[in-house]
Design a protein. Structure first.
Length: 110
């Protein structure tokens, strides 16, 4: 298992192969990921613990424990742990490098 520290929390990579990647994302209360999209990467995100706001181009959606959302390529999205700490399970295609940042609270490159 690989742990990747992030300014908003961390990722635990529990699976990585040529066809898919599995991660557990932990987002600290009050933190947001980048407003971003992926050119190729396709993600499915399951809310294991907590509630958060999924910001999409079409609006904001409160995600509850047990909810699932699919993020296809080119869909702008951002996750915001407004209500408390959040634990998510993300399964995606293997293009982990495919991130186009539009906004970032931590000054990371776009």
């Amino acid at each position: 298992m690989k742990i990747v520290q992030k300014p908003w929390g961390y990722e635990k990579w529990f699976a990585k192969c040529g066809k898919y990647v599995g991660k557990i994302l932990f987002i600290k209360k009050g933190h947001r990921l980048s407003k971003q999209y992926h050119k190729i990467k396709h993600e499915t995100i399951y809310t294991m613990k907590g509630r958060y706001i999924m910001e999409l181009k079409t609006g904001k959606r409160v995600m509850e424990e047990g909810s699932v959302i699919t993020v296809p390529p080119k869909r702008i999205h951002r996750m915001y742990a407004k209500f408390g700490d959040v634990t998510l399970v993300e399964v995606s295609t293997p293009e982990v490098w495919d991130v186009v940042r539009l906004e970032d609270d931590y000054g990371r490159n776009k």
